[in-house]
Design a protein around this ligand. Structure first.
Ligand SMILES: [Ca+2]
Ligand SMILES: [Ca+2]
Ligand SMILES: [Ca+2]
Ligand SMILES: [Ca+2]
Length: 479
């Protein structure tokens, strides 16, 4: 039995090297038509995202099936995945081997050896400097006192934020306080909501996009609770089969670290746009973007960066957000379109979250959704992955669903490295496992179907994706 396995993989490897296009054979996984009534075995929940959606009791991405039945010992090419996020613990025991190294940059010599404008950028770049957190964009906008689109909505959202803390002033009074750049209850609300709080330490003007070079090359987290980026990176690329922690989806991904998302509060459009451009200019093939916000004063600049990344052959994987909202109605940024206008590019894919159940509660109640703006779903609730200081935690969010898809995209590019981002997006979308039974949506548990609230009506599936890429390779190469 063992011998035949070895022989088989040797044959496939030969095929791979001789005609350079790997061919996979297998039967694609069909739709999931009936909800399961089986009880979840919570002992088995760690790495449920790797389970086979049909033969196992969790609606995973069939990653184990891929490694067992398709890949075996076939080595894939390295794929660079940029993670735009909080800091990443590049010393983590289960992640350090998977961190991208800029070979042309000599560390810590104060010189921009590769001439890309960033000094000592060995593992990526930190656009936030020493800052540990920031305000929400709506507060930054309100503080400026100028009129902007959706100002009324911003004041309403601010009122919502502070009333959660027990402050219930009228909207006109709130607006009056905002206009004076102070708020009486400032000390009662969280730091990130305070009007006077200015966390930016990089010395640049965040509205001046001509200033590119600020921050530093230290991509590590700045506080103990800054764990988001490490977790996201681990879902994609935690070292496989090393008896530590968990397995990432991809065994060949190298993580380029771009620290641009404050641990609290909202990211700046400029840091996001420059991170996308840095990734595109320095060899990333995929960018994971597990962040988002309701107000984006320079969303045009971010979309320009998305289009630039497309020209450089980079796929962008975007988390849909955790407000349980329809993002076709309540717009969320970044996005590949402005307020439901046509998409500006073909390299952007937006991901919602499912939890570890194959019943009507499969869609995570916090997940945003939208027939136009949400492309597909992926495992994103109770995801066990690395956090700083060699620890591991189970976290939930569309932030965990996006890197699940980035990992699958890395698998595809690892074996089909010549595919364009448009082609990889097509593979991911055409190869979903459709969920074809009634589901409950949000905390109100409204009846819906996955098809009604997303473009594909399905969940990402790595096994189907590799078979699809194999079967349609010639057509895909033309995209
Ligand atoms: Ca450099
Ligand atoms: Ca250097
Ligand atoms: Ca591991
Ligand atoms: Ca879109």
């Amino acid at each position: 039995m063992k011998k035949s396995f070895v022989l088989l993989s040797a044959t496939i490897a030969l095929l791979f090297t001789s005609c350079s296009t790997l061919q996979f054979t297998g039967s694609p996984i069909g739709q999931l038509a009936v909800p399961s009534s089986e009880i979840i075995d919570w002992e088995q929940v760690n790495e449920w995202q790797h389970a086979d959606i049909i033969s196992e009791n969790f609606p995973g991405m069939s990653i184990r099936k891929v490694y067992d039945e398709l890949l075996q010992d076939i080595e894939g090419k390295t794929v660079v995945v940029a993670v735009i996020d909080t800091g990443i613990d590049i010393t983590h025991e289960d992640l350090n081997e998977s961190i991208w190294i800029n070979e042309d940059e000599v560390p810590d010599n104060g010189i921009d050896d590769d001439g890309n404008g960033y000094v000592d950028d060995v593992h990526g770049w930190n656009f936030l400097g020493d800052s540990t957190g920031d305000q929400y964009e709506l507060i930054r906008l309100l503080k400026k006192g100028t009129d902007f689109e959706n100002k009324d909505l911003a004041i309403e959202k601010y009122a919502e934020m502070i009333s959660k803390e027990g402050v219930k002033d009228s909207l006109p009074l709130i607006e009056k306080n905002l206009a004076r750049d102070l708020y009486f209850y400032e000390n009662d609300v969280k730091q990130a909501k305070q009007l006077g709080y200015n966390a930016r330490t990089t010395g640049d003007d965040p509205d001046d996009f001509s200033q590119h070079f600020y921050g530093d090359g230290n991509v590590m987290p700045k506080s103990d609770d800054e764990l988001h980026g490490t977790h996201v990176a681990g879902i994609i690329a935690a070292v496989r089969n090393n008896s530590l922690g968990m397995d990432g989806v991809s065994s060949t991904a190298k993580i380029m670290c771009l620290r641009a998302v404050p641990n609290e509060g909202d990211e700046y459009d400029k840091d996001v746009a420059l991170s996308i451009r840095y990734a595109a200019d320095n060899g990333a093939q995929i960018i994971n973007m597990s962040f988002g916000k309701d107000f984006s004063p320079h969303s045009d600049k971010v979309r320009e960066a998305v289009v630039y990344a497309e020209s450089k052959g980079v796929l962008l994987v975007n988390a849909a957000g955790n407000d349980g909202a329809n993002i076709d109605e309540v717009f969320s940024y970044p996005n590949d379109n402005f307020q439901n206008e046509p998409e500006v590019s073909s390299n952007f894919i937006t991901i919602g979250a499912i939890g570890p159940v194959k019943n009507p509660l499969m869609i995570a109640p916090f997940s945003n959704y939208g027939k136009y703006n949400l492309d597909l779903f992926a495992p994103g609730a109770v995801i066990y992955a690395p956090v700083p200081s060699n620890q591991y935690e189970a976290l939930s969010g569309t932030s965990m669903a996006a890197p699940s898809v980035s990992g699958v995209a890395a698998l595809i590019l690892s074996y089909y490295p010549k595919l364009s981002p448009k082609a990889v997006r097509k593979v991911l979308m055409e190869s979903v496992v459709k969920i074809d039974y009634e589901l409950e949506l949000g905390y109100d548990r409204l009846q819906t179907t996955m098809d009604a609230i997303s473009k594909t009506g399905g969940v990402v599936n790595a096994y189907n994706a590799l078979l699809y890429a194999s079967d349609h390779y010639k057509t895909l190469r033309k995209l």
